[in-house]
Design a protein around this ligand. Structure first.
Ligand code: ZN
Length: 301
C-alpha cells in the first residue's frame, strides 16, 4: 500500500508543524496557499504525515431543523437530479433504507476515508450488511479505476459515496483551481461508477478554509468533517480503535475511520453490535443531517 507516512511524520514533527486532525494530518502554522500551476490535473503524490492529532477546528453550522418527514429517507438539499445510473449502479434489488428520525433516535454516522481497498473494504461491507448498517464512504478519485465494482457494490448496498479528492493532496498547498479540479475530477469518476454525482466532500486531512467552502458552494456540495476520531491510522489496533469509538459515541456523532486498515475493520465487529445494544441507529451522513447546505461544513448533527 502507498502509506509511507512514518518517515515524513517525524520530519514534520521535528519541523514544528501544528497537527490538526485525522487521516494523519499536519498543517503548517502558516497555512498560506502556495500557488501551483492551475492546469495540473495530475498532482504529485504527497506522503501523508503521521503526527500527533488533535480534533479539527470546526464550527458546526446549524443544519436545517425542519420537522422530519416520516417517509423521507434523508437526502441532502444539494442532491442533483442528473443521475444516469450505470448498469453496475442499478441493482435490481434497490436497498431499502428505513426511515429514521434522528431528532428522536440515537443516530450515529460511520464514515470511512481513503479507500476502497480490495483487501479490507469487502470485509467491512460484509460486516455492515450483517448488522444492517449503512455508512458513508469518502473515496479518492485515483482509487476508482481499480475498484469500480467495489464502489458500485457499496452504493448498491445502500451506502453513500462521497468525495475525498483525487489523490489526497494537502489542499492548503494548492491553488483554488487545483482544488476545484481535484473535486470535480473525482465527482466525474464516481458518477460514472455509481450513477450519482457526490454531494459531500471530506477534504483530505479535514482541511477547512473559506476557499474550499467557496468552491464547494459553487459545486453544490457540502463539507463533512467529524466529531469522533479514533486515530485508527495511527494506532492500528482493533481493541484500541473500538474502545475509542465506544467511549466517544453520542447521538448525532460522525465517526471518522479508514477502511484500508484490517484493524479498523476488525474494530467494527465489536463496535457495531455494542452500540446497537445501546440503542444506537447507524445512519448515513445525509440521514443524520437530514439536509445540508452547499458550502457549509458539518462535523456532527
Ligand atoms: Zn484521508
Amino acid at each position: 500500500m502507498k502509506r509511507p507516512r512514518v518517515a515524513s511524520a517525524f520530519a514534520l514533527a521535528i519541523a514544528g508543524v501544528v497537527a490538526l486532525s485525522g487521516c494523519g494530518i499536519s498543517r503548517p502554522t502558516t497555512p498560506a496557499p502556495e500557488p501551483v500551476p492551475a492546469a495540473s490535473p495530475v498532482l504529485p503524490a504527497i506522503p501523508r504525515p503521521l503526527v500527533t492529532v488533535i480534533p479539527p477546528v470546526v464550527t458546526p453550522t446549524p443544519y436545517d431543523s425542519a420537522p422530519p418527514t416520516p417517509t423521507a429517507v434523508a437526502t441532502p438539499d444539494v442532491s442533483t437530479t442528473d443521475q444516469e445510473p450505470t448498469p453496475e449502479a442499478t441493482p435490481t434489488t434497490q436497498p431499502t433504507t428505513p426511515a429514521v428520525d434522528c431528532a428522536k433516535q440515537k443516530c450515529i454516522a460511520l464514515t470511512f476515508d481513503d479507500g476502497p481497498w480490495k483487501g479490507t473494504t469487502p470485509k467491512l461491507l460484509n460486516i455492515l450488511k450483517k448488522y444492517g448498517v449503512h455508512a458513508t464512504f469518502f473515496i479518492e478519485g485515483q482509487r476508482v479505476k481499480d475498484n469500480k465494482k467495489l464502489i458500485a457494490r457499496a452504493a448498491a448496498e445502500g451506502h453513500v459515496i462521497g468525495n475525498h479528492a483525487y489523490n489526497h493532496p494537502e489542499f492548503w498547498k494548492l491553488s483554488a483551481s487545483s482544488i476545484q479540479s481535484q473535486i470535480k475530477r473525482t465527482n466525474t469518476l464516481l458518477k460514472k461508477t455509481t450513477g450519482k454525482r457526490p454531494t459531500l466532500l471530506r477534504p483530505p486531512f479535514g482541511e477547512s478554509n473559506p476557499t474550499i467552502r467557496h468552491i464547494l458552494r459553487d459545486l453544490g456540495m457540502a463539507q463533512i468533517l467529524w466529531s469522533i476520531d479514533p486515530l485508527d491510522w495511527k494506532d492500528q489496533d482493533a481493541k484500541t480503535v473500538a474502545a475509542r469509538v465506544l467511549a466517544g459515541a453520542q447521538p448525532g456523532a460522525i465517526v471518522l475511520s479508514h477502511d484500508i486498515y484490517p484493524t479498523t475493520v476488525d474494530a467494527y465487529k465489536t463496535i457495531i453490535p455494542k452500540l446497537q445494544a445501546q440503542g444506537y441507529v447507524f445512519v448515513t451522513v445525509p440521514q443524520l443531517l437530514k439536509s445540508v447546505k452547499p458550502g457549509v461544513s458539518y462535523s456532527q448533527r
